[in-house]
Write a protein that binds this ligand. Structure first.
Ligand SMILES: [Zn+2]
Length: 240
């Protein structure tokens, strides 16, 4: 297996992704590996991209993308025969990517504002096309108010704060008061993090895809709040 260069890490915003060209390094019945990929591999609670891969002698759908040592593109609907060394042109499902980028950026807002208001820590999340859930750990979860939470997020959306991506050393992030996650829990062997900053609200190491400004997120609505054990709530939201 070869390491696959991840093109999405250099790109921001994550919406309206360009098609990209690459070269096949490995082929099997249900998957293809490439030298580089613009497809987002599942991770950080965000589902993988989907799309279409076209070579000179074949065409197929990309239905899932997983990062192992290299990136595995799971394929279906193959017509023709792909071979190692083939040049390919890949398109990424824009509707899917754009919605997940908006959902994901909204998750940063929920996590930051729940931390700001109630000191809550985000302990899990699952970004979805239709709905997204976040698990929040509270000191006192009885203080949580869903209407107030969604009002705060919608105000942050109206504020149209810029969403910026850069690469920052972990020593700098440890000292930044806007970093709300515990850097001690992040892998210690990484010196420089891809970092997403939203206005002067939040700074977060993140490999996902995001919108360019919070105003690009449709208004949010909390559809469910569920107990997940002592001090913990699962919040589910949609974009309207
Ligand atoms: Zn993110």
């Amino acid at each position: 297996m070869m390491m696959t260069k991840l093109l999405h890490l250099e790109q921001h915003p994550g919406v309206n992704p360009n098609s990209f060209k690459s070269t096949i390094t490995s082929v099997s019945d249900d998957r293809i590996e490439l030298q580089s990929t613009g497809y987002y591999p599942q991770g950080g609670g965000q589902p993988a991209d989907k799309g279409v891969m076209v070579g000179t002698d074949f065409e197929c759908k990309v239905v899932d993308v997983r990062k192992r040592d290299s990136v595995l593109h799971y394929i279906t609907d193959m017509s023709g025969t792909p071979n190692v060394g083939d040049q390919v042109e890949c398109t990424i499902d824009t509707l899917w990517r754009n919605q997940l980028s908006a959902m994901h950026t909204a998750q940063h807002l929920f996590s930051a504002l729940a931390n700001e208001e109630w000191g809550a820590q985000t302990v899990g999340n699952q970004i979805g096309f239709d709905r997204t859930r976040i698990d929040l750990q509270f000191e006192n979860r009885d203080a949580f108010e869903a209407d107030y939470m969604s009002d705060m997020v919608n105000l942050a959306i109206e504020d149209n704060m810029s969403v910026k991506m850069d690469f920052r050393p972990s020593q700098e992030l440890i000292k930044d008061p806007l970093v709300r996650i515990n850097m001690d829990r992040m892998p210690p062997n990484i010196d420089v993090w891809r970092t997403i900053s939203i206005g002067d609200l939040d700074v977060c190491p993140c490999a996902g895809t995001h919108v360019l400004q919070t105003g690009d997120i449709p208004p949010v609505e909390i559809t469910r709040v569920k107990s997940k054990g002592a001090g913990r709530l699962r919040i589910e939201y949609i974009l309207n």
